[in-house]
Design a protein. Structure first.
Length: 133
């Protein structure tokens, strides 16, 4: 059984470092949480309701883009207004495209647009304030 909910700390630390070093949009949110909190919250690519096997496949396909996904997951848990939600989704799209710019073929532009569309359409009900009790 896959457990993508609990990414190991070294992976989260590496993704955080990459996001901050590359000045990805919204990466400052990563400084608001401990590595342990982020490891608990980060669930790879795909929505909360995405079946585990689909999330695993998406995460493998988007492996190079995981720093962007980490930022989005943490912003998602932080929550906020509808405007914050749409900004997080815009940042996800832009960050997917900014990682490995030389690879930004039509495929990655399509993936980035789809990621934004799907999070806009299906992610809104789950947008909530973080609760790391």
């Amino acid at each position: 059984r896959l457990n993508l909910r609990l990414f190991c700390l070294p992976v989260v630390r590496a993704l955080k470092r990459i996001a901050l070093e590359n000045k990805l949009k919204g990466s400052e949110v990563l400084n608001e949480y401990t590595d342990e909190q982020m490891a608990q919250a980060f669930n790879g690519a795909g929505g909360t309701e995405t079946p585990e096997w689909q999330r695993w496949i998406l995460t493998q396909i988007l492996k190079k883009k995981l720093p962007a996904i980490l930022i989005h997951d943490i912003k998602y848990l932080k929550g906020g207004s509808q405007k914050d939600f749409l900004k997080a989704n815009d940042d996800l799209r832009d960050n997917i495209l900014s990682i490995g710019r030389d690879e930004n073929s039509k495929w990655w532009r399509f993936v980035a647009r789809k990621a934004e569309e799907l999070t806009n359409e299906y992610g809104s009900p789950g947008w909530k304030a973080a609760s790391f009790g």
